[in-house]
Write a protein that binds this ligand. Structure first.
Ligand SMILES: *Cc1c(COP(=O)(O)O)cnc(C)c1O
Length: 394
């Protein structure tokens, strides 16, 4: 099997799994207890909190553990909206956010909030002039993702953060794809809230966190006990928290090396596909993109068929996001880039990890090339296109 769907989820590292193990059957205490058995669980939680904070230049007491990226996004956007509604009810986001942000914004629109969905350019970079022009006296929140989960484009967070700060607006970023993969610093980028998720960087599923800058006084999302400084109730997921902490430490230790290795392999993949497969295009930015992300369109190809045939070769890939597969709508991200519907249907996302080898890439490019050729040979549209081309040349 060749696994090239690391944007959907990653393998839990052996080190992470080993670190978590004692917290199931041995060190199982509820960390809220007052006995020393519980204290040892709390100590492990504190250590993990420091580890995840360190990777983004945050303080440990600005980290709130959640059940993952979707919860963190919901919390940040809904709680900011509720807390700031006296100031106004206007939110700014981008057209290419993850559904955890987009659908939350749509929910808020039904509650009487107004949302501006700012456009991106052909590479998927948010249009900063449009963002600035959208700011109004009643704007309370700007939420723009750090890097896109489909096309990998990295957003100009520093500029967005500066705009938010200058105008006294809260800035939230969904950094689920970026955290642990590219450097992030909440102070340098003027980030007030940041979402991340364990399973996107070799930690376990069902654990994430929301960074909330000290002084940002949004309400709690889950009401109940006093856990997480009374801002997110519920017995702490100790094995998950230990796991995300270990994953953050591993990510920090190898960040630069991994970035370089994956970028080189990604660029090799992109070069081979664009050179060897006719009528293919790269989606997203050529350089400002996640180290492990490549996203292509192949004209005259239906993305679903390509994925099914790749699966038959033991290759796990995706057409965009896990959330849109199963639906026949083309990706909202590819449409926002300005791609026509028929092209947006033929996309292929290949996402690498540090475990991906050059052999994996070679086998995959060979398989994609063969499958694209075979599917086109069965396409009347492609046949017409080739005939037209020949006529034009003659
Ligand atoms: C995966 C993902 C999420 C959702 O995270 P979960 O932990 O799976 O809930 C949110 N945003 C982005 C950009 C993602 O890639």
């Amino acid at each position: 099997m060749i696994y090239l769907d690391n944007a959907a989820t990653t393998r839990v590292s052996e080190e992470v799994f080993e670190a978590m193990k004692p917290y199931f059957c041995e060190q199982y205490a509820n960390p809220s207890g007052i006995y020393s058995f519980a204290g040892r669980s709390m100590k492990a939680v504190d250590e993990a909190r420091r580890s995840v904070a360190q990777l983004i230049g945050a303080q440990h007491d600005e980290i709130y553990f959640t059940a993952g990226g979707s919860e963190s996004d919901n919390w940040a956007v809904k709680a900011a909206a509720a807390f700031c509604q006296k100031k106004g009810k206007h939110i700014i986001t981008s057209k290419i956010e993850h559904h955890a942000v987009l659908h939350t914004c749509q929910y808020l629109e039904k509650q009487g909030y107004e949302v501006t969905y700012v456009d991106v350019d052909a590479c998927g970079v948010i249009k900063l002039d449009e963002l600035e022009a959208a700011i109004r006296p009643d704007t309370i929140l700007i939420t723009v993702m750090a890097a896109n989960n489909e096309i990998g484009t990295i957003q100009p967070l520093r500029e967005i953060g500066a705009l938010a700060k200058k105008n006294g607006i809260l800035f939230h970023t969904d950094a689920v794809q970026a955290y642990g993969h590219i450097p992030l610093d909440v102070d340098a980028l003027h980030i007030d809230m940041l979402s991340a998720s364990g399973h996107k960087f070799h930690g376990p599923k069902g654990i994430g966190f929301l960074y909330i800058r000290k002084g940002v006084r949004i309400g709690s999302f889950v009401h109940g006990g006093a856990q997480e400084r009374s801002r997110r109730a519920g017995t702490l997921n100790v094995p998950g928290i230990v796991g995300i902490g270990a994953a953050a430490r591993l990510a920090a230790a190898s960040l630069q090396e991994r970035q370089e290795q994956e970028t080189a392999l990604r660029d090799y993949l992109i070069r081979r596909v664009l050179e060897e497969i006719p009528y293919s295009r790269l989606n997203g930015h050529a350089t400002d993109r996640l180290p492990g992300n490549a996203n292509f369109c192949f004209r005259f190809i239906e993305g679903e068929s390509l994925l099914i045939l790749l699966d038959q070769q033991g290759i796990c890939a995706s057409s965009g996001s896990a959330c849109t597969s199963g639906s026949l709508d083309p990706s909202h991200v590819l449409l926002a880039l300005g791609l026509p519907h028929e092209l947006a249907h033929g996309s292929l996302r290949l996402t690498l990890s540090e475990e991906t080898t050059r052999e994996d890439i070679d086998s995959t490019v060979d398989a994609v090339g063969r499958i694209v050729e075979r599917l086109r040979s069965m396409s009347p549209l492609y046949e017409d296109f080739i005939k037209q081309n020949r006529k034009r040349e003659a």
